[in-house]
Design a protein around this ligand. Structure first.
Ligand code: FE2
Length: 303
């Protein structure tokens, strides 16, 4: 099993032929397992390296200092989620990692403490987030183009997007501190996002292909992994496939950076009519990225 590689350069949108060609490659990968590697000048290798440094530094702080950035419903879940905070959706235990989230919040809704507070420990991570947003916008246009809906197909749902970037630490000592009976660190799941782009500094991530075979994602700083999320699978009525992924037990500390591209808060995702007609056997239900998504977060993270 191989991960296809696709070049997505920053000037792709100025070159109609190259844009068309890339949309075909991205679409083919999404109709298959939903995953591919992105080789791009849009996210800077230096910023990725600096962000991994910030992650290392942050997680070395003592628990009390980290809890000063605690993620709550008042912070719209920006900030720190300590070990054991996230409950698994697959088993009765917890996910074996520490987490941190930055990103865009629901407009008009107060964030307490303010967004700046949460961005404090991650100046490079915040800049990296902005680069991912732009790359994500290009990918969104490529998906619309491939689907025959036009490059602006998703625009009406992207007026106040709720993109997020996550910095996770899977520590070697974490498993011993958790009461889990499962051997993996992160339960297999498909992301609640349009798509996710990620990179890791040590092995551990596995993705599944359409036959359900799991494969290791190699550690390589030359590209970032794209995996399709639940939202676009749903929007396409299953024409595209979300990528199941998991993190196995780690043999050395592993940090990951995951960027999630998300539509406006409160978007109700319903399959596009054209794709329902093309794929009538599937029957995806609608999902609200407002109420329903928040209730998932409350269930797995508490208040
Ligand atoms: Fe995930």
């Amino acid at each position: 099993v191989e991960i296809p590689m696709i070049d997505i350069s920053t000037n792709l949108r100025q070159d109609p032929d190259a844009f068309k060609a890339a949309s075909g490659l991205v679409g083919a990968a999404c109709r298959d397992g939903g995953y591919f590697g992105i080789r791009t000048d849009a996210v800077s290798a230096t910023l990725i390296r600096d962000t991994f440094r910030e992650i290392d530094q942050f997680y070395q702080a003592d628990e009390e200092e980290k809890e000063g950035y605690r993620a709550t419903s008042q912070s719209q879940y920006l900030g720190y989620r300590g070990l054991g905070r996230e409950k698994s959706r697959q088993h009765s235990g917890e996910e074996v990692c520490e987490q941190y989230r930055l990103g865009l919040v629901e407009p008009g809704q107060p964030v307490t403490p303010p967004v700046d507070h949460f961005e404090g420990p991650f100046p490079a991570g915040r800049k990296l987030f902005s680069e991912f947003v732009e790359l994500g916008d290009t990918l969104t246009a490529l998906l619309g183009e491939d689907l025959g809906l036009g490059s602006g197909a998703f625009d009406e749902h992207m007026q106040s997007p709720t993109h997020r970037i996550g910095f996770n630490l899977y520590g070697v000592g974490h498993a011993a501190k958790s009461k889990n009976s499962v051997s993996y660190a992160m339960s297999p799941h498909v992301d609640l996002s349009m798509f996710t782009m990620l990179t890791q500094d040590a092995p551990g991530l596995q993705i599944a292909n359409r036959d359900g075979q799991w494969m290791d994602v190699p550690v390589d700083s030359g590209w970032v992994l794209f995996i399709l999320g639940d939202y676009v699978e749903r929007w396409t009525n299953g024409v595209y496939h979300g990528t199941p992924h998991t993190v196995v037990a780690v043999e050395r500390d592993r940090a990951s950076i995951q960027y999630k591209h998300r539509p406006s808060f409160g978007t109700v995702i319903e399959p596009f009519g054209k794709l329902v007609a093309e794929h009538p056997s599937a029957s995806y239900q609608s999902f609200s990225t407002g109420k329903e998504y928040v209730s998932v977060l409350k269930r797995i993270l508490g208040d």
